[in-house]
Design a protein around this ligand. Structure first.
Ligand code: AMP
Ligand code: MG
Length: 308
């Protein structure tokens, strides 16, 4: 049953109003920064014959229109790559739907519908995106601190502006120190954001570029929030060569048929690029110091819970 009383309590609260003001600021400050960096905003795609495979998400949201099967966007990775034909630096605020396992309801950081600030840069290398991500993050934090001091005080949030460059470690170093479930332990152990680099191929999707000098290792990254807030963003360089993309799809055991249209473009030639996507609700959660992601937006949808 839908819990109308809890919804009303949340929506009528001073706390919610303050969260939404800060969140609106986060969107403004992101746009302000990206405009300075000559990015162009494109509109989000909600349904398409192709979306991010995210092979750990077994349930595919699909709609049938006019006899064609469209999938509900899990991420706009392929649409970002294809938009590079028109624009060399682009971003979008993309609503993603991912049917997460119902036990994720208790994680405090999973929604089944969330928004990513998703950006892509033609001819960029991972290094460029690490620098851009750091500057973007520091810009947003600095602007929120300046414009929303009263709100942050309300949340008793003493936000530290991290120093650039952020520390970097590799995936294998993280696993060595914290084990395969390094996720939370690593985030709890740091008090400044940290880059996690070089994921193994089996942990990621086929579109993250394999390091030509280190087979099986990808040129990609995650940004990890400090204080236990977990993963902030994921990104990397992209595979753009047809044969390599085909090989990667095959190694994942994915049917070529489901990426037929994408492969047609790849055959014509995709453009080299790198990019990343940062979840807005998780960023709001971190900035406000809120434990429950359900309190970071209107109409938050927790896995397994009927939501508006
Ligand atoms: P991914 O491509 O899966 O790494 O997603 C990009 C970013 O979106 C992540 O780093 C998170 O900030 C955010 N994100 C991913 N999944 C979820 C989710 N289920 N709920 C909220 N935010 C998410
Ligand atoms: Mg990720």
């Amino acid at each position: 049953m839908y819990d109308i009383e809890s919804a009303l309590t949340l929506w009528l609260s001073d706390r919610m109003r303050r969260v939404l003001h800060i969140q609106s600021g986060i969107l403004d400050f992101s746009r302000e920064f990206l405009k300075q960096k000559e990015f162009v905003e494109i509109l989000p795609v909600v349904i398409s014959p192709i979306t991010d495979p995210l092979t750990d998400h077994r349930i595919r949201g699909e709609v049938e229109c006019y006899g064609f099967r469209y999938q509900i966007t899990k991420s706009m990775i392929f649409h970002k790559q294809l938009s590079l034909y028109s624009l060399p630096r682009l971003y979008t605020f993309s609503p993603n739907v991912r049917i997460e396992a119902s036990e994720c309801r208790f994680s405090g950081k999973h929604l089944i519908e969330f928004v990513q600030l998703d950006l892509e840069v033609k001819d960029a290398r991972r290094e460029d995106l690490l620098n851009l991500g750091e500057e973007l993050f520091v810009h947003i934090l600095t602007r929120v601190k300046a414009d929303f001091a009263a709100e942050l005080k309300f949340f008793r949030r003493d936000l530290k502006i991290p120093s650039i460059p952020f520390r970097r470690i590799t995936y294998s170093e993280a696993v060595e120190s914290y084990g395969l479930d390094y996720d939370n332990k690593l985030s709890v152990s740091i008090d400044e954001p940290l880059w996690l680099l070089d994921f193994p191929e089996e942990n990621r999707e086929f579109y993250d570029r394999e390091n030509p000098d280190r087979p099986g290792i990808l040129i990609d990254m995650d940004l990890i929030y400090p204080e236990g807030y977990g993963e902030a963003l994921s990104g990397g360089e992209r595979e753009f060569e047809y044969e390599k993309i085909k090989r990667r799809i095959m190694r994942k055991g994915i049917d070529f048929k489901s990426y037929e249209i994408y492969l047609l473009f790849a055959q014509k030639g995709l453009l080299p690029s790198a990019g990343f996507g940062i979840g807005i609700e998780r960023l709001t959660r971190y900035i406000c110091g809120i434990q429950q992601i359900a309190e970071t937006r209107m109409f938050a949808k927790l896995p397994g819970v009927l939501s508006l």
